[in-house]
Design a protein around this ligand. Sequence first.
Ligand SMILES: [Zn+2]
Length: 283
Amino acid sequence: MPKNNLKKLISFFVLTFLLLDGFLLSQIFYKPVSSDLKVYMLNVGQGDAFYLKTPSGNDFLIDGGPDRSVLQELGQKMPFWDKDIEFAILSHPHADHIEGLNDLLDRYRIEKLVYSDSDPSSFSLQNLLERAKSLGTELIPASQYSTFTLESALEISIIEEPQTCSDQNDCSIVFKVKFNDFKMLFTGDASEKEWASILKKNPDLNSQILKVPHHGSRTGLNEDILKKIQPEIALIPVGKGNRYGLPSSYTLELLKKFNAKIYRSDLDGTVKISTDGKSYSIK
Ligand SMILES: [Zn+2]
């Protein structure tokens, strides 16, 4: 081969390599930035798991559902190279909320985990905390009224974090996610007992979106609570044909009475809300 042609061939390969390399690097490190906050009620069967993609591209998880199905759901929402969940909250350590987080740690790293330490005897909780810590997670015990600013205009404020309860459901961390004018209330599996204490303290509960407590169970809501929240949308994470008969017809009727539009994971699958902080759309 003439020297000139060889030079051209080498230059061609070097150029191709550089271009390909640049493309791959940009794919690996590119964090898509959109001005919207996206909230997903994940379809994980009988349990709770919510995934939020923040406007700056951070990943925020609330509970992990009952099993590995959270991995499949996140695999569809997060790019394959992103294995970092920047922020997570565990509402309470019952199996239908915590087990998926244990499975999640096989594949993802959680940077910060907020949890309730009201039940130190919970084996699943201790197991999760130990594993997460060994993988580099910063563990943050929840405390009432604490506020986390995830990024500009995106705030999480804890409304209730009881230290004692006869049923762990009533030690659920109840908190609000606020993105400018958009407000969503997360309620774990709280029942009227926990709400009684919340209502007594009279915090601002008004939110367009309500994560219905305890999979729509009969004791999760009442008129006084809904008067304070005034939700436009009610999201019910619940398993198809679950053996508890959830959601209860009482809760469904009550939500209808307050003109809340109901979305259920057993009927609607994964539900996505997008918001720019002013208005929102849902599908
Ligand atoms: Zn539950």
